[in-house]
Ligand binder design. Structure first.
Ligand code: FMN
Length: 383
């Protein structure tokens, strides 16, 4: 290949070589910048002139064999049939309700999922509607660039009625689950693999999507990776919406130990690797803040804030102090700014969802009730 075609036209300024060994050093921010800009190239499309010049001829154009759009299923595989979409009696919630209520949910109860729920989630995220005769792609319940479907769905099943716990793969062409193997301490393992986001392991089912990049590269060569990322976002959003429709909760988890999770599923990383995780479970509905807050919303004066300063105790020592006109909560090294609702009630968004101060007749704080992120009301006592 001629040398000029290895460079992106018009981007010579960005092409300073990156010295990876230097990246850890404090004074090499310019290298980081350069790396960041390299990363951005993933996201912008080339105009047609550049496309001709830069993008290598695709394997599709070279008439190389098309990739398979499903990983092979061994003849002796243990397969479980899922409920076909026409037999599902769940998941018919009004669309706008789902859009409005969708959010990431990270606290799961110990209840199991059932096969109908799992069938709905898998159908919604990767269900196959048609395999066109041309063999050039697959039509699914989700859009995919060129219908190339570069994703596979792996599951860690902790609690689904009627299924042995373990690792599974969704065999989308036949809408079945394939058992892979059992694993020890799934809850702890998955929490650890998600960089200690322990809630991940507590879910009854954990979706782990892998990418098989060649399926998309076969046609789109170096543009494939943007498309794969978009395909993944679409799939994940369908999981959010399907969960929302049946009162399940999920959250996209992009932060996990790449090689370890690939090794867990015994993936050949040259061809396939995990690209996103999403635990799914039943969640407890949060208490409405208005139930917790008895009084109307009101402006807070600096004097109101001042009288809330102090130290309180339950399991931890909790301190409240005022900084730059805001009430701050401090537990150990952790600090959080609380938003005032009125002069005795505050809203937090990390360790506490809400906080209510009650006062003695002489105006000093008598008790503080905290509505925790788990929706428990706990009382802090003055030290
Ligand atoms: C690509 C991606 C990666 C994410 N990774 C994590 C993660 O590792 N841990 C986590 O708790 N939330 C993660 N989230 C969830 C976001 O924090 C969440 O969507 C965001 O805070 C907005 O909240 P909402 O989804 O409730 O609207 C991720 C979301 C996306 C889209």
């Amino acid at each position: 290949m001629p040398e000029k075609s290895c460079e992106w036209p018009g981007q010579k300024a960005l092409s300073a070589p990156i010295d990876v060994a230097q990246l850890g050093r404090f004074n090499c921010w310019i290298q980081w910048l350069s790396l960041m800009r390299e990363g951005r190239k993933l996201l912008y499309f080339l105009d047609s002139e550049e496309y001709e010049e830069v993008v290598p001829e695709s394997d599709e154009k070279k008439r190389l064999p098309r990739p398979s759009f499903q990983q092979p299923v061994p003849e002796d595989a243990r397969l479980v049939n899922l409920l076909p979409p026409e037999d599902l009696s769940i998941g018919r919630a009004p669309f706008l309700d789902l859009v409005n209520s969708r959010r990431s949910r990270r606290k799961y109860t110990s209840e199991s999922l059932n096969i109908e729920e799992l069938s709905l989630l898998l159908w919604s995220t990767q269900g196959v509607k048609q395999v066109p005769k041309s063999g050039r792609g697959v039509l699914r319940t989700v859009a995919s660039a060129g219908a190339k479907s570069p994703l596979e769905t792996y599951l860690v099943i902790n609690r689904v009625e009627g299924l042995d716990p373990g690792l599974y793969r969704y065999v989308s062409f036949s809408h079945q689950l394939m058992f892979i193997k059992s694993i020890e301490d799934a809850e702890e393992t998955l929490g650890r693999l998600a960089y200690d986001q322990k809630f991940v392991g507590t879910a009854p089912v954990i979706f782990c999507w892998s990418a098989v990049p060649y399926r998309t590269e076969w046609r789109y060569t170096i543009l494939a990776h943007k498309f794969i990322a978009i395909d993944l976002g679409i799939v994940c959003q369908n999981l959010y919406m399907a969960c929302e429709a049946v009162d399940l909760g999920t959250v996209a988890i992009g932060y996990y130990e790449q090689h370890k999770i690939d090794a867990l599923f015994e993936l050949n990383e040259d061809e396939e690797f995990i690209v996103l995780i999403a635990p799914v479970g039943r969640y407890r509905k949060e208490k409405a803040l208005t139930d917790f807050f008895k009084y109307p919303k009101k402006e807070v004066t600096p004097d109101d804030l001042k009288r809330l300063e102090g130290k309180y105790k339950r399991n931890n020592l909790v301190e409240f102090f005022v900084r730059s006109g805001s009430l701050m909560l401090k537990i150990g090294d952790f600090e959080e700014m609380l938003e005032s609702y009125n002069e005795s009630e505050f809203i937090g968004d990390m360790s506490a969802r809400a906080m209510r101060f009650e006062f003695t007749d002489d105006g000093s704080p008598a008790r503080i009730v905290v509505l925790t992120a788990d929706d428990e009301e706990i009382e802090l006592l003055p030290v």
